[in-house]
Design a protein around this ligand. Structure first.
Ligand code: ATP
Ligand code: MG
Length: 501
């Protein structure tokens, strides 16, 4: 029995055809993965189903009936729920109030009744939440569960999850998969978007692969493999990128001493962090988002002044340096938010010269010829799909990241600070970025890698530091680390363990 049938869906954004005559079927009681490279059109298709975008052509059927989904409220009415990474919860309200809010049609909810009902719903669907907790005290994983429960509470029979695991630690991923399994047994349908092939192979029944806005095919999990999926997605097999073991080279290039800093609200975010990164070493900092990584990377980038401690590159102190001085001292930065590292309204060539404009001045004037030649060279070297004159904001996520990478790495920095370098990138782009970081390591640079992706940290790092609530709670050689142990440390369950590497 079909839950959803999408037929001939086409959606254009100016010259871009994000969805090109897409047919997509979702059965009742199935978990169906949507796979594809960055920009393949997955989110667009789901936003159409949920009423956030309107298709230029095509038809959607829900339970066999033609449906007109003009807005999310129509989708909800039809039993379709969507959870994105930008949660729409009210932080100052309890879990129960958030779940019930909007559903009762009024803003006034009897807290006790709400708690009761939400506790019942949580038990029925097997979603672990504490109805009385305030949302602002919840972790990202917990908030996600509240969003899922909210959709289920509104009687969703189809649940759309757009990259739900990107923000979760391994234990939370297991928990999510258990919930999905239970929903499937109850006859609900789930559309699951992820860039991680093993997740798709673990939890899904069928998989639809998109490429350039087209459907490449739909396959049964039982009849496919990760290799085949990768081939369908990018047209070739991927092999994974991992470092080669080798002896450390010694000399410390980046030294962080007892560093402290506060967050936007003025609350302590990093509390006495000390780390050293040697030449030819990748030190991975693993942690769930919001544990101080953002502030740490901002201090190292010169965009946040620390409240205590020092940062040294070689023997030079850059604790109070501004971003231009940081770059000038041979530090290449890949910022957490790629939109922070690029200016959307400037073109690719200008973005590639940003932070280094001094190098492009001839006779007191910016030399646009040279800026353009420089860009052409880097575009070729880093295989960026763009021309020097394209506005940055028209590039896909993977290509924006390549521009930032090219700018940061082309000057052979001594130290590289990479924050979430592959977040949201597809398998091909991810491999590329990882291989570039390993290249820096081979070249003898000291690389500090801040990443929420444990597989990434494990594949690339020589040593792994775990950050939790602004402190380093563990430091271990990567070859001794295992996923479960790291996950526990990252969730604070093992605070206090400290293994010196
Ligand atoms: N609001 C918009 N305006 C202009 N172009 C858009 C808009 N939304 C999406 N696009 C374009 O449509 C194409 C498909 O994007 P979409 O977000 O659906 O991809 P995706 O498969 O979800 O990628 P990712 O894996 O990076 O999330 C891309 O080329 C993107 O730049
Ligand atoms: Mg998307």
């Amino acid at each position: 029995m079909h839950a959803i049938q999408m037929r001939g869906i086409t959606k254009r954004f100016g010259p871009v055809i994000a969805n090109n005559h897409i047919d997509f079927d979702l059965m009742r009681g199935e978990i169906h993965a949507l796979l594809g490279e960055n920009g393949a059109g997955k989110t667009t298709l789901m936003r159409i189903l949920y009423g956030l975008y309107h298709a230029d052509e095509g038809e959607v059927r829900v339970n066999g009936q033609v449906a007109h989904v003009a807005a999310p409220k129509d989708a909800i009415q039809l039993g379709i729920g969507m959870v994105t990474q930008h949660f729409a919860l009210v932080p100052t309200l309890s879990v129960a109030e958030n779940v019930v809010l909007g559903y009762t049609g009024s803003f006034r909810v009897n807290p006790q009744v709400a708690r009761q009902k939400v506790a019942e719903a949580a038990a029925r669907f097997g979603v672990e939440v504490n109805p009385s907790a305030l949302v602002r005290h919840l972790s990202v994983g917990e908030r996600q569960r509240v969003e899922i429960l909210k959709a289920l509470y509104r009687n969703a029979r189809v649940l759309i999850l757009d990259e739900p695991t990107a923000v979760l630690v391994p234990q939370e991923v297991d928990m999510l998969f258990q919930t999905l399994e239970r929903l499937r047994q109850d006859g609900l349908s789930v559309i699951f978007i992820s860039h991680k092939l093993y997740e798709v192979m673990t939890v899904c029944d069928r998989i639809t692969v998109l490429r350039d806005g087209h459907v490449v095919g739909t396959v049964d999990k039982a009849a496919t493999s990760q290799a085949e999926l990768a081939r369908m997605m990018v047209g070739r097999e991927t092999f994974g990128v991992a470092r080669q073991e080798r002896k450390p080279q010694g000399e410390v290039l980046l030294r962080i001493e007892n560093l402290s800093a506060v967050d936007e609200k003025g609350l302590p975010a990093i509390k006495g962090v000390s780390l050293e990164v040697g030449a030819g070493e990748i030190l991975g900092v693993a942690g769930v988002s919001g544990n101080g990584q953002t502030e740490l990377s901002h201090v190292l980038a010169g965009t946040l002044k620390p409240t205590g401690g020092r940062v040294l590159v070689g023997d030079r102190d850059l604790t109070l340096a501004d971003p231009a001085q940081v770059s000038g001292m041979g530090v290449g930065r890949i910022p957490e938010d790629r939109h922070e590292g690029a200016i959307g309204e400037l073109n690719v060539a200008e973005n590639l010269a940003l932070e280094y404009l001094g190098e492009f001045i001839t006779a007191g004037m910016l030399d646009h010829q040279r800026i353009r030649r420089h860009a052409e060279q880097l575009i070729a070297e880093y295989q960026i799909k763009a021309s020097p004159t394209d506005r940055m904001r028209t590039l896909s996520g993977g290509n924006i990241q390549k521009v930032i990478l090219a700018r940061a790495l082309s000057r052979n920095p001594q130290v590289v600070i990479a924050s979430q370098p592959t977040r949201g990138l597809d398998v091909g782009a991810t491999e590329y970025v990882r291989s570039k970081l390993l290249e820096q390591r081979s070249r003898g640079a000291a690389v500090l890698l801040l990443s929420e992706d444990l597989d990434e940290v494990l594949a690339l790092s020589d040593r792994i530091a775990v950050i939790y609530e602004g402190r380093i709670v563990g430091l271990i050689p990567a070859k001794e680390a295992d996923l479960e142990q790291l996950g526990l440390m990252m969730s604070g369950a093992r605070e206090g363990i400290r293994v010196e590497a």
